[in-house]
Design a protein around this ligand. Sequence first.
Ligand code: HEC
Ligand code: HEC
Length: 94
Amino acid sequence: MAFEKRDWIFVLIVIAVIAVLAALSYFGPHPKKITPVGMHAAVTPRTTRLECLTCHDPEKGQPPQARLNVRHPQKWRDEKFSCLGCHQLQPQPK
Ligand code: HEC
Ligand code: HEC
């Protein structure tokens, strides 16, 4: 069975799909990393999402400027998923 024109078209389609996915993950929104300073001074790898939400809850969070906006990925509502799973915690700066 020879490698025919049809097979080349298939290869090109696969490459195109991979290129589109790579571009989306490269240019799409990225979760910002957080550093344990300022308002985040008390954040450790064991900080729970409920602790994050005392400040970042979209309705009751304090201070108000910390409230999550409606464009935030809805994954934050998953009670079993840590915020730090996306917002990587950086080590304490020296
Ligand atoms: C004591 C209140 C408080 C707690 C607790 C807190 N944050 Fe924040 N966070 C803030 C404030 C205030 C800002 C700045 C908001 C602004 O000015 O837009 C902020 C900003 C952020 C940002 C945006 C960072 C940036 O560079 O723009 C992220 C992401 C974030 N917090 C994630 C978290 C996560 C994850 C947790 C839990 C591990 C957490 N925060 C806990 C108060 C808090
Ligand atoms: C699925 C990954 C993911 C999870 C889980 C997640 N975030 Fe985010 N977060 C993002 C992304 C991506 C952005 C950037 C959105 C943008 O640039 O439009 C963001 C932005 C933010 C910001 C900046 C302000 C805003 O609303 O855009 C804050 C604050 C924040 N997240 C806090 C949290 C907290 C607190 C939790 C846990 C309750 C959490 N995030 C869970 C991906 C995530």
